[in-house]
Design a protein around this ligand. Structure first.
Ligand code: ADP
Length: 507
């Protein structure tokens, strides 16, 4: 338990279920490493605590080793030993918790989707706090993420602060309010929380089921800082339509609730240094982009006969949130408009996966459409680099990273105006936005007509005004989507909260 603070910065601990590139399912993984690295660069001591999953990419962890200590943590009326591992991921120190529990919580060959997820992650949340407590750490900020580590907030204030482990303020970030981890109230007892005390409307009780507890609600109530991943999404979740039952809870926590737009990892996503792509390129030299387009077409056996034929990309989890019916529509509309379409995506929902397998088979040897129904990080880089346009017709989108990555690779986004898409993509024809900020094509109405209209405008612009299109591509590539400004906002939130706490203890 080796790290101690050397700089005058804050000591920040992230407790999370994902961290890119070692254990990543979605945007949460990118945020933990991107935000962590940016805060470390600003001089803060940042440490991460993760479960030690059997299925994570062990090769990407530097100097992984087991520590000599065993941490015992409480669960279901007794204590269990945890083996603690330490390693470095992209320069960040990471602790991995390996529970010695007969249920083998993190030996399941996958990250989520097990029948006992509530148990697995409430165990992990408790063990992570126990690790910090037993190591004698005195962090300024403990930052937990999503329902899986939301338990940290009530555990900290109800159990650990009482033991004198109370140096920290708790920050909770909800990356998607769709997932709240609601479960029968009795299950909360396993990790040592008091069900009777917490299953109350003003604490952890789910707002629509009195016999259930809601970890996300608990973290909202018990944290000092609550954030979500874009300003527009923060507003949307305070409405009855967008809040997934938590709008009233969020409204009454409005003083501590804020939306901070995520950044992207501009080292990992950089067309001028990217080793996955065929030819590296930059806004000043777009020839390489054309070569990547040609290479992808050959790789996927698509027609290369017309260099200027627009290539539309889409990289996504195929879940209802992402507007799967509109993605399907976009494939056919692209063909009608004379373009090519490449989809990289996979679905945890069996009927959606089946439906897209049917479409993939239909277009198996088509010259202008290819569907690749899998998760493939390397291939995603090729598609960002090769595509001219990038489609994101989400029903809702807390932040969305793919629009920012696409722009960095010179692929112009066509998006539905919702959540973080609304905060990062501004329509070429929107006169209310200064010209220099206009960077893509947007639509509001979540139907085929809305999407078609935006796609038609994009195709017209690309085909009829190639020079202006090229300027748009260059402008998009030069936009700054790094973690810098978002990390500064988190830094300010942390510092204000720490200062408030110090002022109160002094009184
Ligand atoms: P979400 O977190 O809802 O899945 P985001 O846009 O925030 O959506 O993040 C998606 C991230 O996952 C991006 O980095 C994107 O490139 C990546 N991604 C999504 N689907 C795939 C896939 N099938 N193969 C490779 N990368 C993918």
């Amino acid at each position: 338990l080796t790290y101690s603070r050397k700089s005058p910065g804050l000591h920040i601990i992230h407790i999370a279920a994902e961290m890119a590139p070692v254990a990543k399912v979605g945007g949460l993984g990118d945020v933990v490493s991107g935000l962590g690295k940016a805060l470390q660069r600003k001089g803060h001591l940042v440490e991460i605590i993760l479960p030690k999953y059997d299925c994570m990419e062990h090769d990407l962890i530097t100097d992984l080793k087991a520590l000599d200590v065993v941490v015992e943590s409480y669960f279901d009326g007794r204590t269990f030993k945890n083996k603690i591992w330490i390693g470095t991921i992209e320069g960040l120190p990471v602790y991995f918790i390996e529970p010695h529990h007969p249920a083998k919580f993190f030996w399941r060959g996958k990250y989520y989707g097990e029948h006992d997820d509530f148990k697995r992650f409430s165990f992990f949340s408790r063990a992570a706090l126990e690790l910090l407590y037993q190591a004698g750490k005195k962090p300024d900020i403990i930052h937990c993420h999503d329902w899986q580590t939301a338990f940290v907030a009530p555990l900290y204030w109800d159990i650990y602060a009482a033991k004198g482990f109370n140096s920290a303020r708790i920050c909770f970030t909800c990356h998607n309010f769709e997932y709240q981890g609601t479960a029968p109230a009795s299950e909360l007892a396993s990790c040592g929380l008091n069900v009777h005390h917490l299953n109350r409307p003003d604490r952890m009780q789910d707002n629509s089921a009195h016999d259930k507890v809601n970890p996300v609600k608990g973290a909202i109530v018990f944290s000092n800082i609550v954030t979500t991943v874009s300003p527009t999404y923060a507003q949307e979740v305070c409405t009855i339509e967008g809040g997934r039952g938590l709008h009233e809870t969020l409204k009454s926590s409005s003083k501590k609730f804020v939306g901070v737009l995520n950044g992207i990892d501009t080292d990992a996503w950089n067309p001028s240094t990217d080793n996955y792509i065929r030819v590296q390129y930059s806004a000043d030299d777009l020839q390489g982009k054309a070569e990547n387009k040609d290479a992808l077409r050959k790789l996927l056996k698509l027609s290369s006969s017309k260099v200027t034929q627009p290539l539309v990309g889409c990289i996504t989890r195929l879940v209802p949130q992402k507007g799967v019916h509109l993605i399907r529509h976009a494939i056919y509309r692209t063909l009608e408009l004379g373009g090519q379409f490449v989809l990289l995506g996979s679905s945890p929902v069996a009927h959606i996966q089946q439906e897209f397998e049917g479409i993939a088979n239909h277009f198996q040897s088509h010259s202008h459409v290819r569907l690749l129904l899998k998760y493939d990080d390397a291939l995603s880089h090729l598609i960002y680099a090769a595509s001219d346009m990038f489609i994101i017709p989400s029903m809702f989108e807390p932040c969305g990273l793919t629009q920012m990555i696409a722009m960095r690779y010179g692929s112009v986004p066509i998006v539905r105006k919702t959540g973080g898409l609304n905060d990062s993509v501004f329509d070429i024809d929107d006169n209310t936005v200064p010209v220099q900020y206009r960077n893509g094509f947007t639509f509001i109405t979540p139907n085929e007509q809305g999407l078609s209209n935006a796609m038609e405008r994009a195709f017209q612009y690309c085909i009829r005004s190639p020079e202006s299109w090229q300027q748009l591509v260059q402008r998009d590539m030069r936009l700054d989507f790094s973690w810098n400004s978002s990390a500064t906002q988190y830094e300010e939130l942390y510092e204000r909260s720490v200062a408030r706490a110090r002022a109160t203890t002094r009184v």
